[in-house]
Design a protein around this ligand. Sequence first.
Ligand code: PEP
Ligand code: CO
Length: 453
Amino acid sequence: MTGSVWSPSSWRSHPALHQPEWPSEERAEVARGKLATVPPLVFAGEARQLRSALAEVAGGRAFLLQAGDCAESFHDVSAIHIREKLKILLQMAAVLTYGATLPVVKVGRIAGQYAKARTSPTEPAGDDEIPSFRGHMIHDDAPTAEARIPDPERMVEAYYHSTSTLNLVRAFTKGGFADLLRVHEWNQEFVASSVEGRRYERLAAEIERALLFMAACGIDVVAEQKLHQVDVWTSHEGLVLDYEEALTRRDSTTGDWYDCSAHMLWIGERTRKLDGAHVEFFSGVNNPLGVKVGPTATPDELIEICERLDPARMPGRLTLVSRMGAEQVFELLPPLLRAVRESEHPVVWACDPMHANVFKTDSGVKTRRFDAIMAEIEGFFAACRAERVWPGGVHLEFTGEDVTECLGGSEAVLEEQLSSRYMSLCDPRLNARQSLDLAFRLAELMRAPELEA
Ligand code: PEP
Ligand code: CO
């Protein structure tokens, strides 16, 4: 209950939605025990660094780019998959940083995004209804009832897959691959020949010239670390509380609790209940937090969420991620922006233009339109500008691969092409070309403050 003493397990006396029902409590306890003794994935000091970076976003001096898979797969923990995802993240960040001349805080939905809250508990599989896929942390994705039986040992597997993913992310981002001098190399072959790929080539050439110019002015571009390494932070939805609790550690320098499964965690639209277990758990850890904010959120409820999760009003602690739908954002968001602004909670406002724009085609394929995604971002910017609130960032689902999951884009994916390379385990993702296209349009939007409603 609010007011009672917080501990990593105090969430257990609150209603916990969307938790797996482990078939054996004994095996669940063994898995929790293993996780309680493994090394942390991230350090408290890193989570504090990300909080400082997000404080810059909250103050209107930087922009947040949070993106990655809807659901990561245990089968995709390979160097190629991780490298391709990083390439598109780095490309988008280059477009935004250069295009909008603002620092971009880069946060992946990566190294832990293995659990999903689902609206429907079952889904069709041939003539049968089987339990919906809820992420590899819980069960397998094969379309059989047997594969969908939760297995607690998968939490331990999720930890090890997160570890190897994060290890490679650190190597790529600190070991030369993310060096700005290699800005051309992030353009993938299947992207390079497209309209946005060529546009990227021109931008990369401009960045190169800018670096040469700086060198000619006597600036030592070789010695400047910031040009050769980037910070890519990790995040996932903090859904399975057995997992998050087991990875929570007390920081030896400050004595504060941190959930060491990721730098940033977010609470989903389905689990952000004020009296629920998720809000209770995350109120006590000191990582930067996100909360998804959908169409049913009220101003009062949102202020209470801010009070519960950020009573100290610390800039960078809390990011509110609006996901209203292209058609509703301009109507539903302003009252929420206004209420939070008037309460003086120093939050980051970000836009998730993905989750309220999903629909099924006539043939039953789950998809999103690129145009609706852009329209929600535009509506978000317009709402923020009308309410004098900084449009702080975007939260996207993308992949570095050449998939056909979202419709449209400048080289449009058509409805009849959707099934040709639909590889997502859960929601449809933007492919690398659509992501780059989005980044260019977003940079233009960021440069256009006159776009007021
Ligand atoms: C998600 O981010 O994958 C998700 C399920 O989002 P939401 O909680 O906003 O529906
Ligand atoms: Co999703």
